[in-house]
Design a binder for this molecule. Structure first.
Ligand SMILES: *Cc1c(COP(=O)(O)O)cnc(C)c1O
Length: 363
């Protein structure tokens, strides 16, 4: 049996049918594709941070429970009593843990779509059926469809990204609370974009026994650390903790995140700048003929191009040195592109490239 045959024989067929998650090469390009914060630490803070890393013992395993970091996060996030924090190597890992514990061939994971692609991808790897419930034309939750799907599929877990990626909008709070009441199992409110949004369900933790909140430091400006947190009732988290690998948060991440929490004001100020830039970018896109931007409570903007031109426009922008995200595919996001809010000069370069791309495109 040659190697190909062995792969055929042993890799689970459902997995062989999947594609690995593809991240495009951004070398030499202005990177506005992945919702990263464009700002790094100010110079004097970088030195302080490096000093703090000096103390880290690389020869020792990390604290498996990351107690110091979890305690600091509980204070920073105003965690209500009776609730706990589970840390993940990015919130992606926490989504995977949730799917490992709650999923299975006879279970359904449910989320509105268009939504965050990892929910569906992780369900696929774990052979758990996934039900995407289409949003309404204006990207609000279709509550009739949500209620019917919850009733029919009895989902083991529901993911609601609040605000939503890639559409950028918040759900109505009343709709989310209705989902919390109807859901037979946990509802995960994924607040990856909390630094740019005006509402959160953290204060509501404990009001519903099935409410959990997912957070990450990635969009805040620490995507390289890989740190996500799941907040929820102690009893639920104790179960999820059983599926977590013991040393999933490395010593460098634990020390760096603790340092960052002591300088939370720096990150908050950067988020404020990004929100101000978002308003400029939205206005500029809205003023362009043929471009239809959607309002955003995040650090990115979804916009529609003239019919059938999204991929050509995406490529023309990339040729001019700016990488954004091409979402156009048959369905609701046909003709849709997504741009991350960058520094003022990045956004100007993007707008200039888009303008040129539109002039080149057939009328
Ligand atoms: C970016 C994103 C995440 C992933 O965050 P990581 O902590 O970097 O893994 C999770 N959920 C949503 C909705 C996101 O957009």
């Amino acid at each position: 049996m040659n190697s190909d045959e062995k792969i055929q024989r042993w890799v689970r067929p459902q997995l062989r049918a999947l594609n690995a998650y593809h991240v495009p090469d951004a070398t030499g390009l202005i990177k506005l594709d992945a919702m990263e914060n464009p700002y790094s630490l100010p110079g004097e803070l970088t030195s302080e941070w490096l000093e703090c890393l000096r103390e880290v013992e690389l020869n020792r395993y990390p604290d498996p429970a990351a107690r110091a970091l979890r305690a600091a996060l509980a204070v920073d996030l105003n965690l209500p009593a009776g609730q706990d924090i589970l840390l993940g190597n990015g919130s992606d890992e926490l989504i995977q843990i949730l799917a490992m514990v709650l999923g299975g061939v006879d279970r359904t994971i449910l989320a509105p779509e268009p939504g965050f692609s990892m929910y569906r991808i992780i369900a696929g790897v774990l052979q758990t059926p996934f039900k995407g419930v289409p949003l309404k034309a204006d990207f609000t939750l279709d509550m009739d469809a949500m209620c019917a799907a919850i009733e029919h599929y009895q989902p083991a877990v529901i993911f609601l990204a609040y605000p939503n990626n890639p559409t950028g909008n918040m759900w109505s709070r009343a709709d989310v609370e209705e989902v919390l009441r109807l859901a037979p199992g946990p509802v995960i409110i994924d607040e990856a974009y909390a630094p740019f949004a005006a509402d959160s369900f953290i204060p509501d933790l404990g009001r519903y026994d099935n409410l959990l909140v997912l957070r990450t430091v990635s969009k805040l400006g620490l995507a390289g650390l890989r740190l996500g947190m799941l907040l929820g009732p102690v009893a639920w988290l104790a179960e999820f903790d059983k599926a977590r690998l013991p040393y999933n948060i490395n010593v460098l991440t634990q020390a760096s995140a603790l340092f960052a929490l002591q300088h939370a004001d720096v990150f908050a100020a950067q988020a404020q700048c990004i929100c101000a830039e978002r308003a400029h970018l939205l206005a500029a896109l809205g003023a362009m003929k043929g471009i239809r931007p959607w309002p955003s409570a995040t650090n990115f903007i979804l916009f529609e191009t003239p019919p059938g031109q999204a991929t050509d426009i995406f490529s023309a922008i990339r040729e001019q040195g700016v990488l954004i995200k091409n979402l156009s595919a048959p369905g609701r996001l046909q003709d849709s592109l997504r741009v991350t809010v960058g520094r003022p000069e990045d956004n100007s370069a993007f707008l200039e490239a888009l303008k040129t791309a539109l002039e080149r495109a057939p009328a």
